[in-house]
Design a protein around this ligand. Structure first.
Ligand code: NAD
Ligand code: IPM
Ligand code: MN
Length: 375
């Protein structure tokens, strides 16, 4: 029997709540479809950091690299300065394992109330977010004196970036600077992924999300390279471009208007939360961080400290991320069974059996238990 070794980082806030339910459902799907799991659990996150001062040790990353996939809840805690854990753990995984695709589908779920009337049309869209570059190079700093010297030594899957950013205001005012990079191989590979996905979904268009009218170098480059790859390698697909501000407007008026949205890193982060909100809540939104090596599956949402420990977390996004993981591992039937179980649960649930986020009164573990019965 096939056994998958999965690195699990439940993380902070509602992370352990939603990952606990996901693991139970994945176990059930394994029993049903003839495979099993070895869960390799890691304690990293706020609790571990506050107790030990350690963020993410290198030897643990090395050990994780031998797993078949990773499952992560959420990272981030109000007791810790923003960025320390998010960059030291979550972004560290994305960069270290070169998970250059952040795949974030958004679709209508049965009976889930959406804030915009879809007039019977189903939302079925997917954000393909570049996941290693853009404003996420972690090259930045602040100065009090007006002089900033930033030594750059950054490693990404396909290259090393070295050098020095040297800036000075006259007169010397305090300022902050952060550098963004989009590389040609970086844009090319994410464009190819988006195009393959559009073909698989039977769609004829890939829409690039841009902002070249204001940020010309960075996003003009992204557009040009995506357009060229599509013209040269995917002549059957139509290239479309929308500026990110207009996209927000169009999405709110017609959430079902788009299929594959190819986004630079920062826009993809923002648009995927908007899509989640339009589909019925962050608790619906699954995600995968996919690369040629170890891939990591996690919901779009964060650690939701405002509801952690209250039972109000919706585990559906994490459970659907588990289904994405199974699809990635080649367990298509089991993955489909989890998606169907979520739909069947929603179709058949009485109002008070739904998660709080969908207007119900069922805690995360009751929701998980009911979904499990439909596998
Ligand atoms: P968030 O996604 O945690 O929460 C935003 C809002 O959505 C909150 O009101 C929350 O209660 C609600 N929400 C989120 N997930 C939910 C779920 N499953 N069920 C019901 N309601 C849900 O975003 P935030 O408040 O900006 O961030 C909180 C912390 O999480 C921060 O430390 C942030 O850096 C971190 N974060 C981590 C990730 C990640 O690990 N992938 C993603 C986003 C934010
Ligand atoms: C996400 C999160 C992360 C991101 C943060 C926590 C670093 O918002 O996964 O969407 O910006 O990518
Ligand atoms: Mn985000």
């Amino acid at each position: 029997m096939k056994k998958y070794k999965i690195a699990v980082i439940p993380g902070d806030g509602i992370g352990p709540e939603v990952i606990g339910e996901t693991i139970k459902i994945l176990e059930r799907s394994g029993e049903k479809f003839g495979f099993s799991f070895e869960w390799q659990k890691y304690p990293y996150g706020a609790g571990h950091y506050l107790a030990t001062g350690e963020v993410m040790p290198e030897d643990a990353m090395e050990e994780m690299s031998k797993c078949d996939a990773m499952l992560l809840g959420a990272i981030g805690d109000p007791r810790v300065k923003p960025g320390i854990l998010e960059q030291g753990i979550l972004l560290a995984f994305r960069f270290r394992f070169d998970q250059y695709v952040n795949l974030r589908p958004a679709f209508s779920l049965p009976k889930v109330h959406t804030p915009v009337d879809l007039k019977g049309v189903k939302m079925d869209s997917v954000v393909v977010r570049e996941n290693t570059e853009d404003l996420y190079m972690c090259i930045g700093g602040t100065t009090e004196t007006g002089e900033l010297e930033l030594p750059v030594d950054v490693s990404r899957g396909k290259y090393e970036l070295k050098g020095m950013v040297s800036l000075k205001t006259d007169p010397g005012y305090p300022f902050a600077a952060q550098a963004a990079i989009n590389s040609r191989p970086g844009v090319e590979r994410i464009t190819r992924y988006a195009c393959e996905l559009a073909k698989k979904r039977g769609e004829d268009t890939v829409t690039v999300v841009s902002k070249s009218n204001a940020v010309s170098a960075l996003y003009g480059f992204f557009e040009e390279n995506a357009k060229r790859v599509m013209a040269e390698e995917y002549p059957g697909l139509k290239y479309a471009m929308v500026n990110v501000d207009a996209l927000c407007y169009h999405l709110v008026r017609n959430p079902a208007a788009y299929g594959v949205l190819l986004c630079p890193n920062l826009f993809g982060d923002i648009i995927s939360d908007l899509q989640a909100g339009l589909a019925g809540g962050l608790g619906t939104a699954a995600g995968g961080n996919i690369g040629d090596g170890l891939s990591m599956f996690e919901p779009v949402h964060g650690s939701a400290p405002d509801i952690a420990g209250t039972g109000r977390s919706n585990p559906v996004a994490a459970i659907l991320s588990g289904a994405l993981m199974l699809e990635h591992l080649g367990e298509q039937e089991a993955s489909k069974a989890i998606n169907c179980a979520v739909s069947d649960f929603l179709e058949n649930a009485a109002e008070n059996e739904l998660p709080f986020e969908f207007g119900g009164a069922a805690a995360f573990d009751r929701v998980g238990e009911r979904i499990r019965k439909y596998i």
